[in-house]
Each structure stands twice: as C-alpha cells, then as structure tokens.
Design a protein around this ligand. Structure first.
Ligand SMILES: Cc1cc2nc3c(=O)[nH]c(=O)nc-3n(C[C@H](O)[C@H](O)[C@H](O)COP(=O)(O)OP(=O)(O)OC[C@H]3O[C@@H](n4cnc5c(N)ncnc54)[C@H](O)[C@@H]3O)c2cc1C
Length: 417
C-alpha cells in the first residue's frame, strides 16, 4: 500500500539525475527535475564513446529520453536553477528560476533560423573549439530538442530568426520566470566539471598550442565535434601521429585536487584507442604515477596497454613547452630507470580530474558540501540525498546504481517511511 506521496525534487539532469527521476516516477511518484543548462544529458552527451561497452552516448541516452517522453509524472525545467530550499523532510519549499531560452515548445528544430542568423558565439558544447550561430541547438541529442538563443551574442536590434521561423517559436522578449513548489525530498545530482588546467602552470594549457584536456579530446574525437570526429591537432589540423597523455594532471596533489578521480586512467586508455582506431601507426605515450582502474575494467587496460605503439612511462611530467612546427615538447623522468625523457609529439592531452560543479558556489541553501565541494550523504539533513559525481567521482555504471538507490531513499521519505 502506498500512502499519499509528496513530490521529489531532482537537481541536475545528467545520467544520475535522469536515472533518479525515471526510477522514482515509473512507480507513480511525481518528480520535478531541474537542469541548469538548456538540455539534459550532462557530461555523457559529450563523449565520443563510453565504456564499458564503448558505445556512443546515444545508446544510453536515447532510451532514457524515450522513457522521459512517455512519463506523465516528471516535470522537467531546463535552463533553470534552484534559488532556495527551506523546510524539513516531507515538506521542503523550493524556489526555481527558469531562465529564458527565447524559444518555446513550438520549435520543431527545423534549423531555418540558423541560416538567417548573422551572429556567432563560441560553442561551449565543443569546449570553445568552434562556433555556432547565436541561435543554436545545444547538441545533436538535445532534450528537449529545442533551439536556444544566446542573447548577448545577438546583433543589436536583429530579429531575423523571428521572421524566418514558420512556427512562431522564437520570442526574443521572453522573461525570467520564478516558481515555487513544495516537495517531500530532494536528490542532488549536479555532477562535475574538468579541473581548470590553466591552474597547472608548468603544463602549457592555453599557452602552448596543441595542449588540450581530456574533455576536449572527447569532443575532437566525436562525429558531432569541431573536426567531425577526425583527430587533428587544433593549431593546423594536421592528423595526429604522436600523442602524449599526462595522467593525474592536477589530481592527487594537495595544491590542486587532493583526491583521485578514479576514471582518468581509463579515460586516457580509451582516448589512446580512439587515436589507434584512426591511425594504427600512431605513437602513444602515457605518463602515469600508477594506473588506477576499478576492477571490472582491468581487461580493457591490459588490452590497450599491450598494443605495440602504446608506451607506458611511469613518471610525473615536469614541463610542457612549445616545440617546432606546432609540436609539443614533454619533459619527465622515468622513475623505473631514472632516465630523463624528452619527447616531441603532435599533441598533449592533460588527464584532468573531476571537480564537483557545486564547489566554490555558495551552494543551494540546506546542502552541505565537504572540503572538496562534494555532497556527502552523512552531512545532509533528513530528506536530502546525493548521487553520482555530485557525491564522489564515479563512472556511469556506478552512478546509475547509486541513483537507483537515491530514488528509493527519496521515495521512502516521500511516503513517510
Ligand atoms: C575524461 C573522462 C572520460 C570519461 N569517460 C567515461 C566512460 O567512458 N564511461 C563511464 O562510465 N564514465 C566515464 N566518465 C565519468 C562520467 O563522466 C561520469 O560518471 C558521469 O558524467 C556522471 O554523471 P552525473 O549525472 O553524476 O554528472 P554530470 O554528467 O556532470 O551531470 C550533471 C548535470 O547536472 C547539471 N547541473 C550542474 N549544476 C547544477 C545546478 N546547480 N542546478 C541544476 N543542474 C545542475 C549539469 O548541467 C549536468 O547536466 C569519464 C570522465 C572523464 C573525466
């Protein structure tokens, strides 16, 4: 017997938030899902492929979007933020701000608007490596599949997209909306961002051409990325023939991120695979402290690191500087033979760790962060739960399992058990 139930608020619409919302709502629980960006999907939607199956993000997200479309119990607010949260388990008051996207639900994503738009903006989905028009679809799997206008990027007074839209879907005067709701429990699924590699002074990020981070590598490898999936070095579009991966770039370091993100070693081995799939003769160098991979991925590690062109070098990189003709020089010491290593490669990928999105923000009232910005369950008041990478670094499978558990806990609070 299910008693009368209060709603569940899920904050963050990545794989963890989507899973929590679906698992709770598919037993009839009402859920409000609040996502800050204009589309659901979180980091997974930006991957070229993701392990364990190394399939494209569509294989996991499509089925979830289908479940969302069919579900009458989930109310989704994208481009929205939780402004305040007060009260107790069973009775939280929540204020939500819905930021305008300037495009309404009549949009059919026909793309006629971009043809007439005269302005461009850096494409944040591709980490700024290319541009979109000021009116754009956030990505090719956007949910909802609806365009968005970056108003500050528009030419003053321009309304060409409004005139081109046959569906009356564009409203350049759309205003911010604030709504208040009451919920019984809250799940935080706000995820992560890559550690800012500009803080690593000796690693050349943003000062040396062709030094990128691991998220840029995902986008460069993806067919929907800036190079349509061809792994080319950014400065001159030369196909990459040699590449170095720098593990623990800022991780396990008291001056940056003191913890291990547990996923970056696998990430780089996956990236090595991307390169070798396009160019089996490419030379791969992976600089590491120690390779850390959760148990079930050991086979993948063994398979990649024993490939003939994959060179594993145990040692921390000391310096990265510009080489000749767009090359990058990497200096390190191999601690197994104490030899100095100096390599000239086409491109360097810094394997930066996962930093929680809530770190450094004042946070949402009522949510307690630990010293690294994560949302540990033991610090939360009753009725507030956390899941996925908002809670601690994790892969997709673990995040999904965790989120199913979070849904169950939130339901128990909602029905007063
Ligand atoms: C280089 C790299 C490669 C990886 N590759 C793999 C892989 O191949 N396989 C694998 O299993 N794992 C991989 N991972 C890990 C994977 O990215 C995470 O497990 C996954 O993203 C966790 O999902 P999440 O929903 O918890 O967080 P996210 O994906 O970060 O989603 C969080 C969502 O919350 C939203 N949000 C943030 N703040 C707010 C707010 N205040 N209010 C509302 N919404 C907010 C964000 O916009 C986002 O949509 C990789 C990680 C790295 C670093």
């Amino acid at each position: 017997m299910i008693k009368e139930r209060g709603k569940i608020l899920v904050i963050g619409g990545g794989i963890s938030g989507i899973t929590t919302a679906l698992e709770a709502s598919e037993i009839g629980q009402d859920v409000v899902l609040v996502e800050k960006s204009p589309t659901l999907g979180g980091r997974v939607s930006g991957f070229h492929q993701y392990f364990p199956k190394l399939c494209p993000p569509t294989c996991g997200l499509e089925i979830n979007y289908r479940r969302l479309r069919a579900n009458p119990h989930i109310q989704i607010h994208t481009n929205s933020e939780v402004l305040s949260l007060s009260g107790d388990a069973g009775n939280f008051k929540v204020k939500i701000r819905k930021n305008p996207t300037f495009v309404n639900e009549k949009c059919v994503a026909c793309d006629h608007c971009t043809a007439v738009c005269p302005s461009e903006r850096f494409n944040d989905f591709n980490e700024g490596m290319d541009k979109t028009k000021a009116i754009f679809l956030p990505n090719n799997m956007a949910y909802p599949p609806r365009y968005v206008v970056d108003r500050p990027a528009c030419e003053p007074g321009c309304s060409k997209c409004v005139e081109a839209c046959k569906y009356g879907a564009i409203d350049l005067d759309m205003q911010v909306e604030e709504i208040e709701i009451q919920v019984a429990s809250v799940v935080i699924a706000t995820g992560w961002k890559p550690y800012d590699a500009k803080k690593l002074k000796n690693m050349g990020f943003s000062s040396v051409p062709n030094v990128i981070n691991n998220i840029m590598m995902e986008r460069i490898s993806s067919v929907s990325g800036p190079t349509k999936g061809k792994i080319l070095r950014p400065s001159d579009q030369k196909p990459v023939e040699s590449i170095a991966f720098v593990q623990c770039a800022g991780s396990r370091d008291e001056n940056h991120l003191p913890y291990c993100s547990s996923i970056c070693c696998l990430g780089s081995l996956k990236h090595a695979n991307y390169v070798l799939e396009q160019n089996p003769d490419a030379k791969i160098y992976i600089f590491y402290i120690d390779i850390r991979t959760p148990g079930k991925y050991e086979d993948f590690v063994a398979k990649v690191q024993t490939k003939p062109n994959v060179n594993m070098i145990k040692g921390k990189v000391a310096k990265i500087i510009a080489g000749e003709n767009g090359g990058v020089l990497v200096e390190a010491e191999n601690i197994l033979n104490l030899e100095k290593v100096r390599l000239d490669v086409d491109m360097v990928v810094l394997a930066t760790g996962m930093e929680p999105n809530l770190k450094g923000q004042e946070g949402i009232a009522g949510i307690e962060l630990d010293e690294n910005g994560f949302v540990p369950m033991e610090l939360q008041q009753q009725g507030i739960f956390s899941t996925g990478v908002a809670k601690w670094p994790a892969d997709v499978n673990s995040s999904i399992q965790d989120s199913t558990g979070a849904a169950l806990k939130a339901i128990q609070t909602s029905i007063g058990n």
